[in-house]
Design a protein around this ligand. Structure first.
Ligand code: NAD
Length: 541
């Protein structure tokens, strides 16, 4: 019985800790990292109230030290996926009927656990398993995940508050029902927070989840499951399986109860999911909601009026943080010829100071890229530049995978605006620059818009107000997140809702009300307090 309404806590972004020398947080995370590095963890499947350790297992190896084994994870069989979906559906009724304020309390508790007692653990797991520097781990695994959880609770109440008007002797109510079946969350390696959010956002709205994290985010995914468990999330609401992505996906997508897909990852995988849903459309009880945030080919355009230091810093931070493995990473840059020598000089000076190595050495700005396949792919692009006539390496271009998958920050200059590294997503510490004649900056914007299939993020750097207005108008559909005088990456939940269109996804803006709306199916309830008792209308008399 409800006897009161509740207010949820207001939230203004989790504060990023600095990890300065001598600080408590630095000491804690180093200790946690070292102890996790010297132990071996064994990660189960989480299915209903069972933790299942399968015989078939794979090693977890840090990308910066690939011969080191820090643990193993379970490889699921088809029966596990079937059981995970069954467990989700078994608890569905109970979870759907759990009052929203109880669901909110669970996820608020989870947020506080991450902000407090689990902070160093989730950061260390992200540093070890995904090779993030402490700063990159902190802004992702700790702060962004806390922000997702807390802001989504506020957005949930705002959605529930949105009600139709009631006129006359009736009452109109909108009930925001969870989707009728289950939601399948498939998440990428590069953000711990995305892993947590893609399941938690739909679960918060009352849905039950089958979660398949990336093979390269499993260590921090396990910490997330521990947090949800300790926060009191009923077992079975989020079921985590790890294993062959195609097998898991085929089983999930062949289930008539599939009500939604919450995906973040590469464009081709997403297109494959969409095609399978299309082919199966007559099988489902619902039209499954398909939400996918995918790849990017994110740009920086420097206007002739721009400040060269602002441009160089935006390139370095935008292209190289987390080794360029952000969907929002700057990877194609358009510079006016008049500024190029100054900007090249700045880049050379600043990049020469960048250190690369293990994330446990806090002086390192860069660490390793995620895995061998990614390393080989990036190396292939670099080697091609060394052979091709229309591109050359300005800075970097070195690589070494003897210990970890290390690639030095690389700047390419091309004379061909459609060169492969200007158009294809590379997902590594590689950025390509194209120089344009200053008086052709307007034509260059056309080029920016038409060069890539993606439309995720972009930045326009300029001191000239009119040029900013022009760029906003002419690049309207070129990026879902558009930055003026800033780098194109680093969206903060609650401040810059994130997502792009065209080949970059369905643009449902993770970390906003728009995203949560995809996980509900509203029911309108009209009640008439004075129903008519015969059919003729007055005009008929
Ligand atoms: P990925 O596409 O390789 O993997 C993403 C998920 O899909 C993983 O869980 C993976 O196991 C699964 N998967 C892989 N192949 C599959 C298949 N055939 N069928 C079903 N599932 C499959 O992506 P990744 O390398 O983990 O992440 C990098 C990609 O994610 C980049 O393209 C990046 O731009 C994108 N990304 C986008 C955003 C965004 O908000 N737009 C955010 C983060 C990452």
């Amino acid at each position: 019985m409800k006897t009161s309404t509740f207010q949820v806590p207001q939230h203004v972004n989790e504060e990023t800790k600095d990890y300065l020398k001598g600080s408590v947080e630095r000491k804690q995370v180093i200790e946690t990292y070292n102890s996790m590095y010297s132990e071996k963890i064994h990660i189960p499947l989480y299915i209903g109230n069972k933790e299942i350790f399968t015989d078939q297992r794979k090693n977890i190896t840090p990308p910066h030290d690939h011969q080191k084994v820090v643990g193993t994870y379970s490889i699921c069989e088809p029966v596990h996926v079937e059981n995970a979906i069954k467990s989700a559906l078994e608890i569905k009724n109970e979870w759907t009927n759990t009052p929203w304020e109880e669901r909110a309390s669970i996820f608020l508790k989870a947020a506080e656990l991450i902000a407090g007692p689990y902070r160093s653990k989730i950061n260390a797991a992200t540093m070890i398993g995904q090779s993030k520097s402490i700063f990159q781990a902190e802004i992702d695994a700790a702060c962004e995940l806390v922000d997702f959880l807390k802001f989504n609770i506020i957005y949930m109440t705002e959605i529930y508050d949105e009600q139709p008007i009631t006129v006359g002797n009736v009452s109109n109510k909108l009930e925001y029902r969870p989707l009728e079946g289950f939601v399948y969350a498939i998440t990428p390696f590069n953000f711990t927070a995305i892993g947590g959010n893609l399941c938690a956002s739909a679960a918060l709205m009352g849905n039950v989840i089958l979660w398949k994290p990336s093979d390269h985010q499993i260590y921090s995914a396990k910490v997330i499951m521990d947090v949800f468990n300790e926060a009191g999330l009923p077992k079975g609401v989020i079921n985590m399986v790890t294993g062959d992505p195609e097998m898991v996906t085929n089983i999930a997508l062949n289930n008539p109860n599939l009500s939604g897909i919450h995906f973040t990852g590469s464009t081709n995988v997403f297109k494959g999911l969409w095609s399978k849903v299309g082919a199966n459309i007559n099988m489902y009880k619902d039209y499954p909601r398909i939400v996918g945030e995918t790849g990017g080919k994110d740009f920086i355009v420097s206007h002739p009026s721009s400040d060269s230091l602002v441009v160089s810093t935006a390139i370095i931070r935008g292209a190289f943080e987390y080794q360029g493995q952000k969907c929002s990473a700057a990877s194609r840059v358009y510079l006016p010829k008049s500024k190029s020598s100054e900007i090249f000089k700045n880049l050379k000076t600043q990049i020469s100071t960048i250190k690369m190595g293990s994330p446990i050495d806090f002086e390192n700005f860069l660490t390793a890229v995620i895995h061998k396949k990614s390393y080989d792919n990036i190396v292939n692009y670099i080697d091609n530049v060394k052979k091709d006539n229309d591109a050359e390496i300005l800075i970097g271009g070195n690589y070494d995978d003897s210990k970890g998958y290390f690639i030095s920050p690389t700047v390419i200059v091309t004379t061909n605006p459609k060169y492969a590294t200007m158009t294809e997503e590379i997902f590594g510490p590689v950025v390509t620059i194209y120089l344009y004649p200053d008086n052709e900056w307007k034509e260059t914007l056309k080029l920016v818009d038409q060069t890539s299939d993606y439309a995720l993020t972009g930045a326009f750097i300029s001191e000239d107000k009119e040029s900013v207005e022009y760029a906003l108008k002419h690049l309207r559909y070129s990026a879902g997140n558009f930055y003026i005088n800033d780098k194109p990456s680093g969206a903060v939940v609650g401040q810059q809702p994130f997502g792009g269109s065209r080949a970059s996804g369905t643009n449902d803006k993770a970390g906003s009300k728009l995203n949560l709306l995809r996980w509900v199916s509203p029911r309108l309830i009209k009640e008439n307090f004075n129903p008519p008792t015969d059919y003729p209308y007055p005009y008929m008399k």
